[in-house]
Design a protein around this ligand. Structure first.
Ligand code: NAD
Ligand code: MN
Length: 826
């Protein structure tokens, strides 16, 4: 071939990156040991597994297969290291992390080649995307290590963190996990994915090079059934951070339920890629290439559902097919290759199976005319049209280079189609009309929304899911909270203050500064209330019995009879009946959830309006302050002065959340791109709330107020023992202009009602403040639709104290962060 031929055909020549240095590096080290306490150790089992090069199907290296004995050793090393690392000044941690970032850049070439060899992804991507983002992640989080003491006052590290990552971005997922953990002073035991361990092992060498203290990061390669299971069940692990499939995420939620381990889950997706008819179609075509053929489509946030406005669908489909013909698939180490290999034969088979199923369902499949290499695990870019929204090809995550397309007519239809999925990881919106795009973005149920761009990532901007795509964020300040806990909480756990059956057990130590409020405490029982005078109040009614009033349930703004027709007796500390409340059941919960869903106007209304209504609730509560105080005293046997102060704090707390309603704003991130990322705090949706027994009114207000201030609708189960303070609020709520359905209240057997709420697929989050057993029940049941949970594991909380009873922790639990990427320019 001469220059003229090349000029005429414009064919690519081969442009291979050499594998030799990486292969040499492997040869000198294999079989690889486990990295525990900064040393390479042989696995307890003595067994090794092959890591394959997917581009040729041949073994690349032998890595150790760890088992539970190795997990024990690694966790012990991490625990010992935590004693000092957790107290190491932020500046010192920052220096180590800065050094790690520098060394990643120094070893960038080797890392990029290793990643391409081990995973099958193209060198173009590992070199230009994975590895630079890894370095960026350590630089960015070195900064948070430096700033932790000033910017996160009152927070402590969580302790030993178990981290489990997938194979699709091996080193990048590791960086997303390790960088924030170390920045916040935690120590780590990390399990890479079975197919892709090599860059994590190179990373271990980097940690040795920079002299990171022994045991701070430990790396265990091997099989999920051995290492993963042992890690997530280990009693001395304080947190599990997982990225992977929704199915495994669900099983991890169940396995860790009730253990008190903090949990963050980054799971799967089936993300929409929405194209309006005024979009720049040439940009759209390149966008689609990046959305679904980047990394062979093995991307959790891949834009795998193309939603096109009907009038341009044919044009776009044709343009895409033309572009697909020109995609270059082949040797991952060839710098001119767009697509590499699928990670494993198993994954390849799964893609083939799902594609065949799509064809069977009647969708039309299209692939380019060129053939894939026969050696190795390759799959061509694939495009489905004529796809029905309910079919499996439109609903199931394929995790391969397979795009499905559907059409819509109006923006409303686009949003409905986009949200027609159990996932909620990401979405792209393409339109030259920025107003339209910014109107659509908040309506999409997704953690990241990319406007006229796709698959953009940066350490500064949190990434994570809505719905069954998981919970927790990685990146940004929002991601740091996954790796810290409030200091008071850490100290409380250390003291083993446990609440059983909702109320503090006498004899157990309460949190420091927490008043003893247990009803069975002798000293509070002796203040000699008799039922009637306490109710009668200011000495006016003498010994007249009160008028019997049985509060009903509160659903959709109305007081309604319980479906069961039954009520339950509420007694005072002397076991005298002081009232009846409705006995709620499954049907009542369902009605309440439906009412809460119908109250979406609340979410979309103005924050000013929400603030006004919270002030109004406070005002109406204040008018009846004495009555509420007497009711608390009557139920709990606490002195009236004590009860009065509870009401006062409740009123103040309503003011706090009225204040926060229009102030818990998002931030504008500035990643290294021309543009901005708008991090918005959005309502979660419908939150189920089980109130503590400790403070009948304050516990109720402290939970309901932040939830509704942030735009959620709630279904509340008041204290089972002392529900009358909540039911007395019906009239307060009715007279405060609160829209129907925003707050629904169901009395009855708290744990039984919680079970129904936690099982309910239309409940988006569940808060529970009761017993340890109840907490476990809620976490277990939540796995059904992967709802977010916030439970107390039976630990008490001093609701009177501002530090424990109100503030940002409550606001964060009431919101989820959506990052909207808005690039600038033509
Ligand atoms: P996977 O869930 O099979 O495995 C993920 C990790 O968990 C691996 O390390 C695996 O060994 C381990 N694991 C598997 N079963 C386990 C068990 N029972 N107990 C403990 N550990 C276990 O997922 P995968 O195939 O490696 O990755 C693909 C999936 O990951 C896709 O669903 C994708 O969407 C998702 N993903 C999500 C994100 C995100 O940030 N949301 C990023 C990348 C990938
Ligand atoms: Mn491999």
């Amino acid at each position: 071939m001469n220059v003229m031929d090349i000029f005429a055909t414009m064919e690519y020549g081969p442009a291979p990156e050499s594998a030799a240095p990486a292969l040499q590096w492997i040869k000198e080290r294999q079989p690889f040991g486990l990295f525990i306490n900064n040393q390479w150790v042989t696995p307890a089992s003595g067994q090794y597994i092959d890591s394959i090069n997917p581009a040729n199907g041949k073994p690349l290296a032998q890595v150790a297969a760890a088992n539970s004995t190795d997990v024990d050793a690694a966790v012990a090393a991490a625990r010992t290291a935590f004693e000092t690392w957790g107290k190491t000044p932020g500046h010192v941690r920052a220096r180590y992390m800065y050094a790690i970032a520098r060394h990643i850049q120094k070893h960038a070439r080797l890392l990029a080649v290793l990643e391409a060899l081990d995973n099958g992804k193209s060198i173009r991507e590992t070199r230009d995307l994975d590895i630079p983002l890894v370095a960026r992640h350590f630089y960015y989080h070195a900064g948070w290590a430096q700033l932790m003491s000033s910017e996160l006052p009152g927070y402590e590290p969580v302790g030993v963190v178990g981290q489990i990552i997938p194979w699709n971005f091996p080193l990048l997922m590791m960086a997303w996990k390790i960088a924030p953990a170390l920045a916040m002073g935690n120590t780590v035991v990390l399990k890479p994915a079975r197919y892709t361990s090599l860059t994590a092992l190179k990373f271990a060498e980097i940690m040795q090079e920079v002299g990171l203290p022994a045991g701070v990061v430990n790396i265990l390669t091997g099989e999920a059934s051995q290492v993963g299971e042992a890690l997530l069940r280990h009693p001395d692990v304080n947190k599990i951070a997982f990225t992977g499939s929704t199915d495994v995420g669900r099983s991890i939620r169940r396995a860790t339920a009730g253990s008190g381990k903090k949990l963050s889950l980054e799971l799967g997706g089936k993300s929409p890629f929405i194209v309006f008819d005024d979009a720049d179609l040439d940009s759209v075509v390149e966008g689609v290439v990046d959305a679904i053929w980047f990394n062979q489509g093995q991307v959790c946030c891949a834009g795998s559902r193309l939603l096109v406005q009907e009038d341009i669908a044919d044009t776009l489909i044709n343009k895409l097919r033309v572009r697909m013909e020109k995609l270059r698939l082949g040797d991952p180490l060839d710098k001119a290759v767009d697509m590499g290999a699928i990670v494993s034969p198993g994954q390849l088979k799964e893609i083939q199976r799902l594609v065949a199923q799509g064809v069977e369902e009647g969708a039309v499949m299209w692939q380019p005319s060129w053939a894939c290499p026969t050696e190795g695990y390759f799959y061509p870019p694939t495009f489905f049209t004529n796809v029905a929204p309910a079919t499996s090809i439109a609903q199931v995550e394929i995790f391969g280079p397979v795009l499905v397309s559907m059409t819509f007519r109006t923006p409303v239809e686009a949003v409905a189609l986009a949200n027609n999925t159990r996932y909620g990881l990401a979405a792209s919106v393409w339109s030259e009309n920025i107003n339209l795009a910014l109107d659509i973005a908040p309506r999409l149920k997704a953690g990241s929304v990319w406007i006229n761009c796709t698959n953009m990532f940066d350490a500064s901007s949190g990434f994570g899911g809505y719905r069954e795509s998981g919970f927790g964020r990685e990146g940004g300040k929002e991601g740091l909270y996954e790796y810290v806990q409030p200091a008071w909480e850490a100290q409380g756990k250390a003291q083993h203050a446990v609440v059983t059956n909702g109320a503090a057990t006498s004899g157990e130590k309460m949190f420091e500064g927490m008043q003893s409020i247990a009803p069975e405490d002798d000293d509070v029982q002796t203040n000699g209330h008799s039922a009637w005078p306490a109710n009668g109040g200011n000495g006016t009614t003498g010994l007249l019995p009160p008028i019997d009033r049985t509060p009903k349930l509160f659903i959709k703004g109305k007081q309604v009879r319980p479906d069961s027709g039954y009520s339950r007796a509420i007694v005072d500390p002397q076991q005298r009946v002081i009232g009846q409340v409705g006995e709620g059941n499954r049907k009542d919960i369902r009605n309440a959830v439906e009412a809460a869903h119908a109250a979406s106007g609340w979410t979309n209304g103005t924050t000013h309006n929400r603030a006004q209504i919270l002030y109004y609730i406070a005002e109406n509560l204040a008018i009846r302050e004495n009555e509420f105080a007497r009711r608390i005293a009557q139920q709990t046997g606490r002195p009236l002065a004590d009860a009065s102060s509870e009401v006062e704090v409740a009123i103040s707390r309503l003011f706090s959340y009225a204040a926060w309603a229009d102030k818990f704003e998002g931030v504008v991130h500035r990643p290294p791109l021309r543009g901005v990322v708008l991090a918005m705090n959005e309502a979660i949706g419908v939150i189920g709330i089980a109130c503590p027994d400790e403070y009948p009114l304050l516990g109720f207000i402290s939970l309901v107020a932040p939830a509704i201030a942030m735009g959620n609708a709630v279904v509340v189960i008041p204290s089972q023992q002392f529900p009358l303070s909540a039911t007395d609020c019906y009239q307060v709520l009715e007279t405060s202009d609160l829209p129907a359905g925003v707050v629904n209240i169901i009395t009855g057997d708290r744990d039984a009602l919680c079970q129904v709420l936690a099982d309910h697929d239309d409940v988006d989050a569940m808060w529970y403040f009761g017993s340890a057993e109840g907490s476990k029940l809620v976490e277990l049941a939540s796995a059904g639709n992967m709802k977010r949970t916030w439970v107390n594991y039976g630990y008490g909380r001093n609701w009177l104290e501002t530090e424990q009873g109100e503030g940002q922790e409550f606001l964060r639990e009431s919101t989820q962060v959506k990052n909207i990427w808005v690039p600038y320019g033509e």
